[in-house]
Design a protein around this ligand. Structure first.
Ligand code: NAD
Length: 431
């Protein structure tokens, strides 16, 4: 059996204190379904809806989207076989004002994750928020503070944390199956389409673009930003490291057993392939060094190529863990393999991400008061890797980071990039 890590201890302590502080629905004798509002049922939000509408533990009472066409489609889907349709709005504040709503699922673009989560927590709702939990590092800290104050569950949408073969892989790593794990490599290699160059234009009539932008600085609408391609723009996403990369970085950090931030971050990259309006790198290599004190260090690396149809080690996204007695290759979409020092395959398992298990975990934690599998503390540490990597890539400087103070100590300009500018808007996070 493995020795409990600091993270296990913190989780156990948090669990105990949260459970004491938060009267569970079970304790109140309620067998009611969780009344859920879904905010931003676009691509991934629709995926959630398709599953949640069949979940007997959940009643979808609100659907909220700033795109009227998407709102209409999602409302039909959310009604399912129910006699009563969910209520609809383009203004999330309506959902949050409704005292009968227990929880919200936020699947908006990334720049709305922290603002919407903080508003929801302040309104007393439990939150499931898509990954990456934040658009910048400061927002993640504000989310943690809001969650602690509200004493509500915040589950981040890194569903691999609730996936059996991943949990098994982590137990193997933490149990010493490949010896001491000193370094890990994470990759994201796939082909992303060229979004072209377009001039600003009027947003489509069905879209409330001003609310779509929310507290982010106002930029003109561009037709190649939507749907989905907003993630390649600085103001709204973090590039593919924060999109697909964050899933695997989360596993890399978990496998290494790091429950803190790295202390040094070095990165290079840029747009080596695509000639289009995308602003984030299509090619990126990052090194994160963790200083655990007493001369103990760990290294996490990340590689990204968005112009390669071919995969690495059989996976388009994956993690390799290097231990003193062997190594493990893990694909969240596929499974894991453990090799010994002589490259001999010793053990393997197959599996794929389990979104339903992640929903179940969220609901169980709302009912019990337990800490969810992808708690906001974990979401923040993993999203921070993306933010720090992007700051190091954009500045071209090696970043020195103080994990406790959450400050970049060797460059004032880079330190400013830990937060963002907001415009005057009701969604602007305060703190
Ligand atoms: N967990 C996963 O595996 C996974 C997979 C894909 C996407 N995602 C995440 O899901 C999120 C959404 O991604 P997507 O590809 O579905 O994007 P999308 O653009 O297709 O969907 C976002 C939706 O949010 C709506 N929206 C925007 N601002 C809003 C607001 N203020 N209030 C209400 N609705 C608003 C949009 O109109 C749109 O319908 C992203 O954060 C992404 O990282 C997660």
């Amino acid at each position: 059996m493995s020795t409990p890590t600091r993270r296990d201890f913190l989780h156990a302590t948090a669990l105990a204190s949260t459970a004491l502080a938060m009267p569970s629905l079970y304790a109140q004798g309620a067998s009611n379904r969780i009344r859920l509002g879904i905010i931003g049922p676009g691509g991934m939000g629709t995926n959630h809806l398709k599953n949640l509408v069949r979940n007997p533990e959940v009643e979808i009472t609100w659907v909220c989207d700033v795109d009227a066409k998407r709102l209409e489609a999602a409302t039909k889907l959310a009604q399912g076989d129910a006699a009563k349709p969910p209520r609809t709005t383009a203004d999330m504040r309506k959902v949050l004002e409704d005292a009968s709503v227990d929880a919200v699922l936020i699947a908006t673009p990334d720049h709305w994750h922290a603002p919407a989560t903080i508003l929801a927590l302040n309104a007393g709702k439990h939150v499931y928020v898509e990954k990456p939990c934040s658009h910048n590092l400061r927002e993640g800290r504000l989310m943690i503070e809001a969650a602690q104050k509200a004493k509500k569950v915040v589950q981040v949408g890194t569903q691999s944390r609730s996936t059996e073969h991943v949990q098994q892989a982590m137990a193997k790593l933490h149990g010493g199956a490949i010896g001491e794990v000193l370094s890990a490599k994470v990759w994201n290699s796939q082909f992303r389409r060229n979004i072209g160059h377009v001039k600003p234009s009027e947003p489509p009539a069905e879209l409330d673009f001003d609310t779509w932008i929310g507290p982010a600085p106002k930029v003109p609408y561009q037709s190649n930003m939507l749907p989905g391609a907003w993630r390649w723009f600085h103001a709204f996403g973090e590039g593919d490291i924060g999109n697909d990369g964050v899933h695997d970085l989360d596993l890399g950090r978990w496998g290494l057993g790091m429950d803190t931030h790295p202390t040094r971050i070095a990165a290079l990259g840029g747009k080596y392939f695509h000639d289009d309006d995308q602003q984030w790198p299509d090619t990126q290599s990052v090194l994160f060094e963790y200083d655990l004190g007493g001369g103990k260090k760990r290294l996490l690396s990340f590689e990204q190529r968005l112009w390669s149809d071919y995969h690495q080690e059989g996976f388009e996204n994956g993690d390799a863990f290097y231990g003193t007695n062997g190594y493990m290759i893990l694909g969240k979409n596929g499974g894991w393999k453990i090799y010994d020092k002589k490259d001999k395959l010793r053990e393997e398992a197959k599996g794929s991400p389990d979104l339903l298990a992640h929903h179940r975990n969220f609901i169980e934690c709302i009912r019990s008061g337990a800490v969810p599998a992808a708690d906001i503390q974990e979401g923040h540490l993993s999203a921070s890797l993306c933010h720090l990597a992007n700051i190091a890539t954009r500045t071209g400087k090696m970043i020195e980071f103080d994990p406790k103070a959450e400050r970049i100590t060797n460059d004032a300009e880079a330190n400013k990039m830990l937060a963002r500018e907001y415009r005057n808007h009701w969604g602007t996070p305060v703190g």
